[in-house]
Design a binder for this molecule. Structure first.
Ligand code: AMP
Length: 309
């Protein structure tokens, strides 16, 4: 089934304790599309870049089955640029530069051929832009998932709430869940947030895995313990891309299938952090992804022995 991704396609400059990069390719939309391409070849993207964006990366996305008709290339304008520096713990980072450029007046135009898309992944963007995509789709997708960040909670909370009311799955990290709900306990936070609209809530906890909440059900997926985390940029988007790619490929949005989708997303995210930027996502094979999923299964699989007494 087809998946539409909306998200930034960008240049990033990253500093980690292991080194720094010049401008490399990044963007939430890029990570999501690369990641979901391991599961579904029926993908579309709505995004915008400037004339400075390399054709090579567009060719890579196209070679992975991403339909680029909804990707606008703005002549005479520059691509969105973001720069960040990670702290020693690699869990927290400071944003050094955000140059909106083409994103400043981004109007997400939906090509006619995209109408009828079954699954929608709204990458981290302004909540108004995210909502206008939902409103411009003539038929509601079977499942709409959305990412957001603390930035939008601070400057556009009311808009964010309006958009959240329209989606099925919200994917955020633990810090954002606490900020959005005003609750420290993630169980309490999940109730407050789900009362705002999304029936499903995924809370990412970085190296401590991810939680999925629905009704009274909770599922926990670990993150793979890695010897080295080189660059966490895009791990959250890669997770979301793997999750929605798996749901779209299996055409099953049940809670049980979401558990499998979370493991698929976690496996892909574990590759993403091994090198700078999108490098690792563009060089792994589906076989490597499948082998890593087996590692996840082994990580938590055990049988209890009955004791007497
Ligand atoms: P993550 O590490 O999952 O938070 O995602 C990092 C990606 O998000 C980078 O590749 C950035 O280009 C992109 N990004 C950062 N800030 C923004 C923003 N305000 N709007 C859209 N994309 C952003």
């Amino acid at each position: 089934m087809s998946l539409l991704t909306v998200g930034s396609v960008a240049f990033d400059a990253i500093e980690t304790p292991f080194g720094k990069t010049d401008k490399i390719i990044g963007g939430a939309g890029t990570y999501i599309a690369l990641s979901s391409s391991f599961y579904t070849k029926d993908q579309k993207i709505v995004a915008v870049v400037g004339e400075d964006f390399p054709q090579e990366m567009l060719d890579t996305l196209a070679s992975k089955g991403v339909d680029l008709e909804g990707l606008q290339i703005k002549q005479g304008e520059k691509t969105f640029f973001w720069s960040g520096r990670y702290h020693n713990d690699m869990n927290s980072r400071d944003t050094l530069v955000t140059e909106l450029n083409v994103l400043e007046h981004f109007d997400p135009i939906i090509p006619a051929s995209y109408q009828g898309v079954e699954y929608l992944m709204l990458g981290n963007l302004s909540p108004q832009v995210q909502r206008s995509v939902i409103e411009r789709l003539e038929t509601r997708p079977k499942l709409i998932a959305m990412d957001t960040m603390n930035f939008w909670m601070e400057i556009a909370l009311e808009e964010l709430k309006k958009t959240m009311a329209l989606v099925d799955v919200l994917i955020i990290n633990d810090e954002e869940a606490r900020q959005l709900s005003g609750e420290y306990s993630l169980v309490k936070a999940s109730k407050v947030i789900r009362a705002m609209g999304p029936k499903y809530l995924i809370i990412k906890k970085g190296e401590h895995g991810a939680l999925l909440f629905h009704g009274e059900n909770v599922f926990f997926a670990p993150a793979l313990p890695l010897e080295e985390v080189f660059d966490p940029t895009g791990a959250g988007d890669t997770f979301a891309g793997g999750f929605m790619g798996y749901i779209a490929a299996t055409d099953d949005a049940s809670f049980d299938n979401m558990k499998r989708a979370i493991i698929a997303g976690s496996a892909l995210a574990s590759f993403c952090v091994e090198k700078f930027g999108t490098e690792r996502l563009t060089d792994i094979t589906r076989e490597e992804v499948d082998a890593r999923i087996e590692e996840f299964v082994a990580l938590t699989n055990f049988e209890m022995v009955q004791t007497v007494g």
